[in-house]
Write a protein that binds this ligand. Structure first.
Ligand SMILES: O=P(O)(O)OC[C@H]1O[C@H](OP(=O)(O)OP(=O)(O)O)[C@H](O)[C@@H]1O
Ligand SMILES: [Mg+2]
Length: 183
């Protein structure tokens, strides 16, 4: 819990308008690509809750939506790569076109695991839309069909992204002060 979350922000990386303008561009491309068969959007909780809500409303198609809760960070700042399913899909994705919606791809370990898990369920296709990606932090290469922004290798918070469950509802993406997570 932070008394004043804004004071823990080193600098704002992406403000609200910048984020929403980019989401509109991504949504237009998704609507074009899936015009023949609207996708099932799979939001990866908790972090993707915010971007899922905004991105879905920029896609002018009758999409289906479902959510999975997975976690590989806990309260730290580095992915363990060990992914736990906290809440599974309620939808049978066999023969469906699936679009995973993520807030951020950092090491890529969560998404690598998730892609393998979903592809084992017999879908017609599984692709990825991510608001943020940290190219310098990648430990595995992932083919991401829709990326909002490539950002520096710094720990960011806001717009769904947390540090130890704080800062998720900041309306922008900011860089967290190191003093917050370094003793
Ligand atoms: O590319 P990676 O290094 O795997 O990191 C990316 C993942 O880590 C964060 O989720 P987290 O596990 O913190 O759970 P949360 O979404 O509930 O915060 C984030 O929301 C991504 O899902
Ligand atoms: Mg997290």
């Amino acid at each position: 819990m932070s008394v004043n979350p804004h004071q823990d922000v080193e600098r704002v990386l992406l403000d609200e308008e910048t984020i929403h303008e980019r989401l509109r561009e991504m949504g237009a491309r998704i609507a074009e690509d899936y015009a023949d068969e609207p996708p099932l959007l799979v939001g990866v909780l908790k972090g993707a809750a915010i971007v899922m809500s905004d991105l879905a409303r920029t896609i002018d198609l009758d999409v289906d939506m479902d959510w999975m809760a997975v976690s590989s960070y806990g309260s730290g700042t580095k992915s363990s790569g060990v992914v736990r399913i906290l809440k599974d899909l309620g939808t049978d994705i066999s023969d469906r076109r699936v679009l995973i919606v993520e807030d951020i791809i950092d090491s890529g370990l969560t998404l690598k695991w998730l892609l393998a898990n979903l592809r084992s369920r017999g879908p017609k296709s599984v692709d990825v839309a991510a608001l943020l990606r940290k190219p310098e932090a990648a430990r595995v290469e992932i083919d991401v069909k829709y990326v909002g922004f490539d950002i520096p290798n710094e720990f960011v918070i806001g717009y769904g992204l947390d540090y130890d469950e704080s800062y998720r509802n900041l309306p922008y993406v900011g860089v967290l002060k190191r003093s917050v997570y370094e003793d």
